[in-house]
Write a protein that binds this ligand. Structure first.
Ligand SMILES: [Zn+2]
Length: 344
């Protein structure tokens, strides 16, 4: 059995359990003696106790882990719900995807240290990253697709992603300009822009938001999802385990904590305002996110393949609401960064 390298606590437990086992003593105090969750495969060395990591972030367990392997941690400002064998957590009720699953072992939950440092710490304790906070003056808006690349589409409504992404982008630009930001666009008309150029262009700004709409083979799929760049070494949300391409540190990873924080702020604001199905804050290595060096998110605002959702998106009022919700999230993020910056 390969012992974890970093999780000293776990190694201790292992020896304790071995010693107790030799004397024929079980572990009734855990309540999980006969539960397969208590004796699963060894956890990777970079796994840490959720209890330790969250206490260090200032969150306390609301109760003991349930027999189903669920546990909630909270402080005055944040609540995080964890579940055994899941990559999904709820942060203040919003779905957020970890890079690696949470696992119950030795009667408590464990999670990847990478998820603590790249996701939970930025969201719960952004002040820890104040030294790299970048105030936002120039915002880059990237309308997805364009020209010969129409993206997703709804044939019944004659709706192309490239058109509505541009429409929402221009509306968002007007809202942000009116609030005093300098706004720049990848495109302001129906032209093709190479996918590799978009991230690079945005380096002239302080923040990047890329706007898309979704489509799926399943006509029932609907809702809003927001993507931040996957941290190095972790699998993206659509993959179960990391592959060779997941290990290099991309340029976009230089702003990992801010990507997570921006992603959470925008996702939270969109779900709050739009009331759409929460498909979660997810991770992906989209080129536009990899090739920028400023905090960045990619938004999939809704599904053109869902009849009712596509009909909503076809209305000007709904597209205005979508733009406003994105602006809300960006402003929340900008205000937070401002509060972390040392006053002049
Ligand atoms: Zn798209």
């Amino acid at each position: 059995m390969k012992r974890p390298k970093a999780a000293v606590g776990f190694a201790t437990w292992g020896w304790l359990r071995l010693a107790l086992g030799l004397f024929g003593i079980g572990y009734p105090w855990t309540g999980f003696a006969d539960d397969p969750k208590a004796t699963g495969v060894p956890l990777p060395g970079h796994y840490v106790r959720v209890n330790d990591a969250l206490r260090e972030l200032g969150l306390r367990p609301s109760a003991r882990m349930t027999p189903e392997g669920e546990q909630t941690f909270a402080n005055t400002w944040r609540q995080i719900d964890f579940r055994h064998d899941s990559r999904e957590v709820l942060i203040d009720g919003r779905r957020v995807f970890l890079g690696e699953g949470v696992h119950a072992q030795t009667g408590e939950l464990w999670l990847s240290r990478v998820d603590v440092e790249k996701l939970l710490r930025p969201i719960v304790r952004p002040r820890a990253f104040a030294g790299s906070a970048r105030p936002v003056q120039i915002i880059w808006i990237d309308a997805g697709h364009g020209g010969r690349d129409r993206g997703a589409h709804s044939d019944p409504l004659a709706l192309s992603e490239k058109h509505i992404a541009l429409d929402v982008s221009l509306r968002l630009g007007k809202i942000l300009s009116a609030q005093g930001f300098e706004v720049r666009h990848t495109r302001t008309e129906d032209v093709y822009v190479d996918i590799g150029d978009r991230g690079e262009m945005s380096r002239a700004a302080d923040l990047l938001v890329s706007i898309h709409f979704n489509a799926a083979g399943n006509p029932e799929a609907r809702g809003t999802e927001v993507y931040a760049l996957t941290p190095a070494g972790q699998p993206s949300t659509s993959d179960r385990s990391p592959s060779a391409g997941d290990y290099p540190v991309e340029l976009g990873n230089t702003t990992d904590p801010w990507n997570a924080l921006l992603g959470f702020a925008v996702h939270d604001a969109m779900i709050k305002r739009l009331g759409t199905v929460d498909r979660g804050l997810k991770r992906a290595r989209f080129a536009v996110l990899r090739l920028t060096d400023v905090p960045a998110v990619l938004i999939e605002a809704g599904f053109l393949s869902h009849e009712a959702e596509a009909q909503e998106i076809a209305s000007v009022d709904r597209r205005r609401e979508i733009a406003e919700s994105i602006a809300d999230g960006i402003v929340d993020y900008v205000d937070l960064v401002l509060s972390l910056s040392p006053s002049p």
